[in-house]
Design a protein around this ligand. Structure first.
Ligand code: PBG
Length: 335
């Protein structure tokens, strides 16, 4: 394994930390713009930028501004943008049919972005929560989340996103069997090159709080998501979920949230060697940004350090609300 260390003073590990040049040579991991996926919030309307109180610096953008954001991302070299819709309460139903409406906000945004900035990869969220009167990712009957009926609905939703031109589908619903069902439908529909980035190990986490504000789901959710999202105490289960999703046809897998679950990132990468991503979720963003705005930490350094941590833990990339800011810092050589 490792060469054993000569005893001090023959070995002085500080030697390679003495100058920036030596530190650069000894650096094990790197962070580049190509590692970033930028999640953005969409809303209806024109020329609207609606700030999200619990995510300072992040706003819901109307479609025209989302297209501008995609252009900005592409110019910075960010390879992918991930769309999350803020849906009007009036379109939320118990049957969630807005989820597979070809003209829903997400599908219109996919088409608009692909028309204006074809080079950027567009990723979507496949889950029913933005459209569900119950706020859940799956269909609910008598308080029970229905797995198989939800999978059928999610497959319909995924199919329409692929028809609209999505490059990467991100099923975040945690129902059983959805990856295989989506993959089969994509093949049937001639979308053989559409990639699936499975939210394979997604935990029932308190760190999603600000996101639920951002998409207008906070007041809507009845109960919690513990019957489908993972127990934060588990880790072997994450490996079983990743194995299952890869076997069903996922191209890439995600661990979510990110920073509290770096151990899971490392285990997943070591066990499967598959393209592995972490989602630095809204609560993680809010903590770093909030502390920085209070002057308690250096926001840019904390951001870059947190992103490097994902690389060190074995991730190929990170979904982060900091993406444009991180891209600018990386391009300026501050990493
Ligand atoms: C829901 C979804 C969630 C996030 C992404 N997709 C929230 C949830 O599961 O309740 C969270 C992202 C974040 O917190 O930044 N399908």
């Amino acid at each position: 394994m490792r060469a054993s260390l000569a005893p001090y003073p023959a070995s002085r590990l500080r030697r390679l930390r003495r100058t920036p040049a030596l530190r650069a040579l000894a650096q094990e991991n790197s962070l580049s713009v190509g590692d970033l996926i930028w999640p953005v919030f969409l809303r209806d309307g024109h020329d609207l930028r609606e700030p999200i109180a619990s995510m300072p610096g992040v706003a819901r953008l109307s479609l025209d501004l989302v297209v501008r954001a995609a252009e900005e991302a592409a110019a910075l070299g960010i390879p992918a943008i991930c769309l999350f819709p803020y849906t009007d309460p009036s379109v939320k139903t118990e049957t969630c049919e807005e989820a597979w409406n070809p003209d829903n906000l997400t599908n219109r945004a996919i088409r608009a972005i692909k028309a204006a900035v074809p080079e950027i990869a567009v990723m979507t969220d496949v889950a029913l929560d933005p459209y569900n009167a119950n706020g859940h990712d799956g269909l609910v009957r008598n308080g029970i989340i229905l797995n198989d009926e939800s999978v059928e609905a999610l497959v319909r939703m995924a199919r329409v996103q692929a028809d609209s031109g999505a490059d990467i589908l991100g099923p975040s619903d945690m129902m059983d069997g959805r990856i295989g069902a989506m993959r089969a439908e994509l093949e049937r529909a001639g979308h053989k090159d559409v990639a699936i980035l499975s939210y394979a190990a997604k935990y029932a986490s308190a760190f999603y709080g600000p996101f639920r504000d951002a998409v207008g789901a906070s007041g809507v959710l009845k109960g919690d998501k513990k019957t489908y999202q993972m127990n934060p105490a588990n880790s072997d289960e994450a490996l079983r979920l990743v194995a299952r999703d890869l076997a069903e046809g996922a191209d890439m897998v995600m661990v979510k949230p990110g920073m509290p679950y770096l151990d899971i990132c490392r285990r997943v990468k070591d066990a499967f060697g598959a393209p592995t991503y972490a989602y630095q979720v809204s609560g993680e963003y809010a903590m770093i940004r909030g502390a920085a705005l209070n002057g308690w930490i250096d926001g840019e350094r904390a951001m870059l350090e947190s992103l490097m941590a994902f690389r060190r833990a074995g991730c190929d990339g990170v979904l982060t609300y900091f993406a444009p800011e991180a891209a600018r810092a990386i391009r300026a050589g501050r990493v």
